[in-house]
Design a binder for this molecule. Structure first.
Ligand code: ATP
Ligand code: MG
Length: 373
């Protein structure tokens, strides 16, 4: 028995098909036929192109990237010369020109299909995803740290504040001169105001009550809550994937997190809706395959996108908005996103933001089950 056959047998014994193994790879692996059409692709390729294998198989690869002509030339050359090549830091423009290009290392190996026809095996190793993961990790840690500082501070204020208010109340009961009572009232009212701020700073502190639930319960609840607030001129539309599996999570905490993000979108749209310009928030739910959050790689996560067509967030500001007390609004406390990130973090998930004028997208990624790959 050849070594190769022994390996195949070992895989079969372990209950693993080669395709299953390929789907576990972070590298996009695809096979192109003589017409550069995709014949096979693994899960990482689906993730790279943001489309399912069903849609991609049969499509010519160069047609999917904006600068496909030069790519096609090199691929055809490899096909006819049957010489492998590697191209480092290849910029693939996958979406519109406004999207950032994806940087990949591309390895091309010519091969023959079962019927003898020429084909190419491509391995695309995404670089910036890698860089982004480590950057995201740093960001998440920093955000958590600053949130912990704010929480600690709020906690320290909370106790003396209670004492202060209690004492003012006792004093108020002893006083009979209404003029003096005005002063104790001011102390009590201001203490109450501070108390409210401190409570917001502390954020929801109950441990999550996890149960099996459907993400669309959360989405519909948020829609109802926002509709009840009444924002004339702003449309909230939904675009769900009804086939999403259920997940284990605390629905109240997820509602709070999504609501904070949707409220921000609405606030960003207020001035353009007042001017009578189209203002829309779209709520998406999607399945996202092979996604890494922190150190953990998940086969499937649920992605919730909140997209608005508002003015956008300046690039230099986007990095900061998840920190507590960072706000771009006069009446904002700058806590909404920090709390949302915290709540989603407790579910093992994360939030990302991409923004340009006319399209701001907040994406929440949620694993189906906590602590499970
Ligand atoms: N969809 C969006 N479009 C434009 N800017 C946004 C959007 N979402 C968030 N921002 C910016 O990010 C800032 C931080 O948001 P965050 O929710 O943390 O605080 P806030 O809305 O200012 O105050 P709070 O939510 O505590 O009332 C906002 O002030 C705003 O400048
Ligand atoms: Mg907010």
């Amino acid at each position: 028995m050849s070594n190769r056959m022994r390996q195949d047998q070992a895989l079969t014994t372990a209950g693993l098909g080669a395709a299953t193994l390929l789907d576990q790879l972070a590298t996009a692996v695809l096979v192109l036929d003589g017409g550069l059409r995709m014949r096979y692709l693994n899960s990482a390729t689906e993730m790279l192109f943001g489309a399912s294998a069903r849609r991609l198989v049969g499509t010519p690869l160069p047609g999917l990237v904006t600068q496909g002509e030069s790519l096609a030339e090199r691929l055809l050359e490899a096909l006819s010369s049957e010489a492998p090549y590697t191209e480092r830091e290849l910029n693939l423009q996958l979406g519109s020109a406004a999207d950032a290009p994806v940087v990949v290392d591309c390895m091309v190996t010519p091969m023959r299909l079962g019927n003898g026809a020429r084909a190419l095996l491509l391995e695309l190793h995404q670089q910036d995803r890698h860089m982004r993961i480590s950057r995201d990790e740093n960001l998440l840690t920093q955000q958590q740290a600053s949130r912990a500082v704010v929480r600690g501070l709020a906690h320290e204020i909370k106790n003396p504040l209670g004492g202060l208010r209690g004492a003012a109340q006792l004093l108020d009961a002893e006083l009979h001169d209404p003029e003096l009572q005005d002063y104790t009232r001011v102390i009590m009212e201001e203490a109450d105001r501070l108390q409210q701020l401190v409570d917001t700073l502390l954020g929801p502190n109950l441990p999550p009550r996890m149960r099996e639930m459907n993400i669309h319960q959360v989405m519909e609840r948020v829609r109802t809550l926002v509709a009840a607030e009444g924002h004339p001129g702003i449309t909230v539309r939904s675009d769900y994937d009804p086939s999403l599996p259920s997940l284990v999570a605390d629905p109240d905490q997820l509602i709070q997190a999504v609501l904070n993000i949707v409220r921000n979108a609405i606030e960003a749209l207020l001035s353009q809706s007042r001017r009578g310009q189209p203002a829309e928030v779209v709520l998406f739910t999607r399945a996202q395959r092979q996604f890494t959050i922190g150190h953990r790689r998940h086969r499937l996560v649920i992605r919730v996108d909140v997209v608005d067509n508002g003015p956008g967030i300046p690039p230099e500001f986007v990095e900061q908005i998840f920190y507590p007390m960072v706000t771009g609004r006069a009446e904002g406390t700058g806590l909404g996103l920090s709390i949302a990130q915290d709540l989603i973090g407790r579910h093992g998930g994360m939030i990302e933001c991409q923004s340009r004028p006319g399209e701001t997208r907040f994406s929440i990624f949620l694993p189906l089950q906590q602590g499970e790959p």
